[in-house]
Design a protein around this ligand. Structure first.
Ligand code: HEC
Length: 108
C-alpha cells in the first residue's frame, strides 16, 4: 500500500481503537479477528474448530436429513447405510471410512 494511503488510514484506525470504553475496544478486536479468520477460511477447506470430516459431515449429511449425531449409530448400522447412499452422496472410499470412524459408537 502506498505510504500516503497508509498515513490516511492510520488516524482512522487509531480513532476506532481509542473510541469508547474497554468492552467496545475488545469487541473491535474480536471483530478484526473474526474477519481475519473468515479470510483464512477461504483458503482452508476444513472448519477451524474441528477435523475436516466434521465439516464434511455437517455440510453433506445435513442436505437430506438431520446429520446422524456421532456415537448414536453402531458401526454396523452405518456400514449398512453406505451402499444405500451410493447415489446420494459422493464421498471417496477413504472419506466414508473416516465418516464411519467419526460417527460410529464405540463397540462395547
Ligand atoms: C441425497 C440425500 C441424502 C444425503 C446427502 C445423505 N443421506 Fe443419509 N439418508 C437418506 C435417506 C433418504 C435415508 C432413509 C433411507 C435409508 O435408510 O437409506 C437416509 C438414511 C441414513 C441412515 C440410516 C438411518 C439412520 O438414521 O440411522 C444413515 C446412518 C445415514 N443416512 C447417514 C448419512 C450420512 C453419514 C450422510 C453424509 C455422508 C448422509 N446420510 C447423507 C438420504 C441422504
Amino acid at each position: 500500500m502506498p505510504r500516503d494511503a497508509f498515513r490516511g488510514i492510520l488516524p482512522v484506525l487509531t480513532m476506532i481503537f481509542n473510541f469508547g470504553p474497554r468492552p467496545v475496544q475488545t469487541a473491535m478486536c474480536a471483530l478484526l479477528v473474526v474477519a481475519a479468520l473468515g479470510l483464512a477460511g477461504c483458503t482452508q477447506a476444513a472448519a477451524p474448530d474441528g477435523p475436516p470430516i466434521a465439516s464434511l459431515h455437517s455440510h453433506q449429511c445435513g442436505r437430506c436429513h438431520i446429520p446422524p449425531e456421532p456415537k448414536t449409530r453402531t458401526r454396523a448400522q452405518l456400514e449398512d447405510a453406505v451402499p444405500r447412499h451410493d447415489r446420494r452422496v459422493h464421498l471417496s472410499h477413504d472419506d466414508w471410512q473416516a465418516m464411519i470412524d467419526y460417527l460410529a459408537a464405540p463397540a462395547n
